[in-house]
Design a protein around this ligand. Structure first.
Ligand code: IMP
Ligand code: MG
Length: 175
């Protein structure tokens, strides 16, 4: 698959992703029985993961969406704009943050800090992807889809310069 100047090759098929998300959904549904969790999905990248995961949650739950960005094209800028769109009252709630990918960990750490000001009952992370070799700080990801190599990926919500989000599979850059 080609996007702009870059060639990408398949990494995770749509079927593989859906199977894993079904397992994650089952696990979360068991762990959060009676807790009415509030999912907070980080846009834009997590929109597909959030939609598919929520269809696999079998207990009462809510979802809210926030937006922030730290990524320009292929390199993390290290600077993060603010968290916008969180209009749900999260005090006393069991919160599960939904991320598409944790790369350096900057975004998720920043999100956790922003949420720490509210008196939530608990905060956990569910991420579809994690690049362990790229992590610069330790982040505890309670629900993880896949550990992947430290290579740029697109598809299933993830983009290259805004493009490539609209596929069922995840692709990694050819090198
Ligand atoms: P971090 O702050 O370095 O952990 O980066 C997290 C954010 O950068 C993710 O939520 C993605 O939006 C974006 N990102 C990180 N790695 C990739 C990638 O390989 N492809 C596309 N977007 C990525
Ligand atoms: Mg993202």
């Amino acid at each position: 698959m080609k996007i702009k100047d870059k060639e990408f090759e398949p990494l995770l098929s749509g079927e593989t992703i859906q199977q894993r998300i079904a397992q994650m959904g089952h696990l979360i549904s068991t762990d959060y029985q009676g807790k009415d969790p509030l999912f907070i999905a980080v846009l834009n990248g997590a929109f597909m993961f959030a939609a598919d995961l929520l269809r696999n949650i079998s207990i009462p739950c809510e979802i809210s969406f926030v937006k922030l960005s730290s990524y320009k094209e292929m390199k993390s800028t290290g600077t993060i704009s603010q968290l916008v769109g969180l209009n749900a009252d999260i005090s006393g709630r069991h919160v599960i943050i939904l991320e598409d990918i944790i790369d350096s960990g900057t975004t998720i750490s920043w999100t956790l800090t922003a949420l720490a000001k509210a008196s939530t009952s608990s905060v956990e992370i569910a991420s579809l992807l994690l690049k362990p070799e790229a992590l610069t700080s330790s982040v505890r990801v309670k629900y993880l889809g896949f550990k992947i190599p430290n290579k740029f990926v697109v598809g299933y919500g993830l983009d290259y310069d805004g493009l490539g989000r609209n596929t069922a599979s995840v692709y990694q850059i050819k090198s």
